[in-house]
Design a binder for this molecule. Structure first.
Ligand SMILES: Cc1ncc(COP(=O)(O)O)c(C=O)c1O
Length: 378
């Protein structure tokens, strides 16, 4: 038996869309991309949806909109965006690529999300926004984050790349702020291989993001007329063709994954003395992105667990690591190991594996048995 992180199956409906696209000689930003944007918007009630070539591009574009949409017109390269120390590296990289400096804040060990109580100490004159990342589908404490953002006049970008369909206080994540970003990478709930979306209810954000994804071009202009800093972040119609049926089938996929999440949570309850798992509180819906296991005691050896699960063909990924202190890529910020203890703990002691929609009850039994077998020795 094998448990992969995700699985892309191109549906028959997708093949029909692809055939239509292949017959045309133009795939960039065509009718399929528009169809995908519309379907996505209908899922969560967004007015404007700008398809991108990846979640990373959506994050970059979101950061780059700050140059135009911020209340503070003095936004300039080198300004800071608050971000969680622990998240997939795309978060820190996209902030940097957009010309900003990430100001990292430690996370809470149990939720893996930014510790809202530690945000204010990182705010200074250069702070322009907070990037709230709903890691592993677990919603951030949006009430606290909104309060801080209002107090200091900061924008919020919600990175929902791992949190499609999650809810906080009965409201979809990604609808608390000016803009939300999503990834359609293979392992994610909606997948089209590689792709992303920037969603918003604000016209100004949509107009600017749409221009940014075309090298800052003036919308509708017949000429190369570049108004702002932009890049090529466009999705194409071949990719959109694969994504459209996934979106139309969103709640079936979501519910199947949710079932897997609950099924595995139930099966591993007796392992609570060894490991913590993502918990769902009454005021939230955790998006079933993956199944996280964080060791409660480092002596139970993350790398052994990782190798053990991989030997059982359960494909694992590290719980990201602390961007500022556990990845060479962020050395330029000159942080020191020990500055982000919770992120570093999770980075050293946590892993996750897939709970995607193609798994069966047998797969869940298999994963649970593997975890029991490992911890039985401890
Ligand atoms: C939190 C987060 N942000 C951004 C991204 C980037 O998305 P992509 O891989 O589509 O570029 C990911 C990807 O998994 C992610 O998990």
């Amino acid at each position: 038996m094998e448990i992969k992180f995700g699985n892309l199956k191109v549906s028959e409906e997708a093949v029909k869309h692809l055939e239509e696209v292949v017959k045309t000689s133009w795939v960039s930003g065509g009718p399929k991309t528009k169809m995908l944007e519309k379907s996505w918007g209908n899922l969560f009630g967004y007015k404007y949806n700008i398809a991108m070539s990846s979640g990373t591009c959506a994050d970059m574009a979101a950061c780059m909109t700050l140059y135009d949409i911020s209340n503070n017109s003095k936004v300039k390269p080198g300004d800071e965006i608050i971000a969680p120390a622990l998240a997939f590296a795309a978060v820190g990289n996209s902030i940097r690529a957009a010309g900003f400096t990430p100001a990292f804040v430690d996370v809470k060990r149990d939720t893996m999300n930014i510790d809202a109580n530690k945000i204010e100490e990182k705010i200074n004159k250069k702070t322009r926004a907070i990037m709230a990342v709903h890691t592993m589908g677990k919603p951030c404490e949006m009430d606290k984050i909104l309060e801080i953002a209002n107090k200091y006049n900061l924008k919020i970008i919600e990175d929902c790349c791992e949190a499609h369909g999650g809810k906080y206080n009965n409201q979809f994540v990604g609808t608390f702020s000016d803009m939300a970003t999503f990834s359609y990478y293979v392992a994610h709930i909606v997948s089209c291989g590689d792709g992303g979306m920037l969603s918003t209810n604000k016209k100004i954000v949509a107009d600017v993001a749409d221009s940014i994804k075309h090298h800052g071009r003036k919308p509708g202009s017949l000429y190369f007329d570049h108004l702002r800093f932009g890049l090529n972040f466009r999705m194409n119609d071949l990719t959109a063709s694969v994504g459209i049926p996934e979106i139309n089938n969103f709640w079936n996929i979501f519910n199947k994954r949710k079932n897997n999440f609950y099924g595995l949570t139930e099966r591993t309850k007796d392992l609570e003395e060894f490991a913590s798992f993502v918990e769902e509180q009454p005021n939230e819906v955790v998006s079933p992105h993956a199944f996280s296991v964080i060791l409660k005691n480092p002596k139970h050896d993350y790398s052994k667990l990782y190798k053990f699960l991989e030997s059982k063909e359960i494909q694992c990924k590290r719980n990201f690591g602390s961007m500022p202190t556990q990845h060479k890529a962020f050395e330029y910020l000159e942080h020191k190991l020990g500055e982000f203890p919770e992120a570093e703990y999770v980075g050293n002691n946590g892993l996750h594996f897939g709970i995607h929609q193609f798994l069966t009850e047998d797969h869940l039994d298999y994963a649970s048995e593997a975890l029991h077998e490992y911890f039985k020795e401890k």
